[in-house]
Write a new protein. Structure first.
Length: 454
């Protein structure tokens, strides 16, 4: 009986081995490359390309993909390795070319409410520069593609994107339908979302490969810094910025990094429709958060200066004039129309969650901090991003004076149960801290026992 058990075990082990290695070629190449790479061996562009191709052809198990990214998380890459990985990723997907004056803006993410791309793209497109903005859907925060989808379709083919950009100078689309850098989408889906890791080498390669694949020659990179962001110190932010600029230069892309304040949301609205509404309000010239306008025009201004469209230190002013004059709104309507949306849409037309609840200040004082992570938990609890109308509006942010009982947050949802859950979570997390407020009361256990006895 024991002999039969061992026979079955040997047969099963051979089947598993065959499933993992698929072919002798894969066993001797990609799997071995990943294994040796994990223990420190550097890979060439061709070796990276072989691994990525086998991954795309579904010849590698998920555990091998996880080991590949784990190596990046645990042991730093040289700039050359990241450049080689970037080129390998580009060569396995489609590419587009729009000429020498093609630019883009990208944020490494992590800050709620960062809807600045919806302002930057039309500002830049108005000047005659090409800005083929490919964006993600929601991962840690609300994705730019999700917000734009409130205004126009974003799931275009690469051929349709080329047509839109050649017609209007800009677009805002989801990158998932373009088949550019497909290996990156594979790693995000199979490893990064599940393990909640975002290795720096893969992040840099992901961003640069997608920009280069779309023919971008100038890139401004937004690196939010501070507590609760992906980069919590100025030292690390500068280090990351230098890596991007140096690797960009190696690959023929001019990169400038802007280290921005990231310790509270950008603007007041967080949620798919709410953010699209606030962005459109800014384009319409309505009163919106100063942080939204300042950040958007600041980043747009850097692009104008990089490309010679503006003298040094004048770019932001030119961007503000394009925004305030209504020129950016006119260009945005052209882009919306070209992507198949309604160019006559107004901010008042955008529907948000029909159920609302208010969270009020428990004390008088000044707002000391806003917890980005807590805000996003509340937004998700309300139903976002699946519920386009769900989210929050922050009425007070850092440095503002508030009175006890004044509304700090309005929560929106299309589901009453989700709304109640979000409000309860807000009371627990207290995402907006007022100086002097009591955050939690802890009673001695002895006193609790005495009280119960009495």
């Amino acid at each position: 009986m024991l002999f039969v058990y061992f026979v079955h075990l040997i047969i099963l082990s051979k089947k598993i081995k065959k499933m993992i290695f698929m072919t002798d070629e894969i066993k001797n190449n990609s799997i071995d490359l990943i294994r040796s790479h994990f223990f420190g061996e550097q890979l060439s562009k061709d070796q990276f390309k072989q691994i990525l191709k086998d991954a795309l052809d579904e010849k590698l198990p998920d555990v091998a993909l996880a080991l590949f990214l784990a190596r990046q998380e645990c042991k730093p890459y040289s700039n050359k390795e990241i450049a080689d990985l970037t080129m390998a990723m580009i060569e396995l997907g489609k590419t587009a070319e729009f000429g020498p004056n093609t630019v883009d803006k990208h944020s490494i993410g992590g800050v709620p409410g960062n809807k600045v791309s919806l302002l930057i793209v039309p500002i830049i497109a108005y000047t005659g520069l090409k800005i083929p903005k490919t964006s993600s859907r929601s991962i840690t925060t609300i994705g730019t593609a999700d917000k734009m989808e409130v205004l126009a379709p974003v799931e275009l083919t690469l051929e349709e994107v080329i047509e839109v950009v050649n017609k209007t100078n800009g677009c805002i689309v989801w990158g998932g339908t373009l088949d550019i850098v497909p290996s990156d989408d594979l790693f995000i889906r199979k490893v990064e979302r599940i393990l909640k890791i975002d290795p720096v080498p893969q992040m840099i390669a992901s961003i640069l490969s997608k920009k280069i694949a779309m023919g971008v020659k100038y890139l401004v990179l937004d690196i939010p810094e501070g507590k609760g962001t992906k980069v919590e110190s100025m030292e690390k932010a500068v280090e990351l910025a230098n890596m991007f600029t140096n690797i960009g230069a190696m690959l023929g892309v001019s990169v400038e990094a802007a280290i921005t304040y990231g310790e509270q949301p950008v603007g007041h609205a967080i949620g798919v429709a709410l953010e699209a509404k606030e962005a459109l309000m800014a384009l319409e010239g309505k009163s919106v958060s100063t942080s939204l306008v300042e950040k958007a025009t600041g980043l747009a201004g850097i692009l104008l200066e990089m490309t010679g469209k503006a003298e040094i230190d004048t770019g932001k002013g030119i961007a503000k004039e394009i925004l305030s004059s209504g020129k950016a709104l006119k260009k945005m309507k052209e882009i919306i129309d070209a992507q198949g949306g309604d160019p006559n849409i107004k901010s008042d037309d955008i529907e948000v969650g029909r159920y609302t609840a208010e969270y009020k200040s428990p004390a008088d004082g000044f707002v000391v901090s806003v917890n980005n992570v807590a805000i996003m938990e509340i937004v998700r609890a309300a139903g976002a991003p699946e519920d386009k109308g769900a989210g929050v509006v922050l009425h007070k942010k850092g440095g503002r004076h508030v009175k006890k009982g004044e509304t700090l947050i309005t929560i929106y949802s299309n589901n009453e149960a989700r709304l109640d859950e979000a409000l309860s979570l807000t009371r627990t997390l207290q995402p907006i801290l007022i100086e002097g407020m009591i955050r939690k009361k802890v009673t001695p256990l002895k006193l609790l026992r005495t009280t119960k006895t009495e």
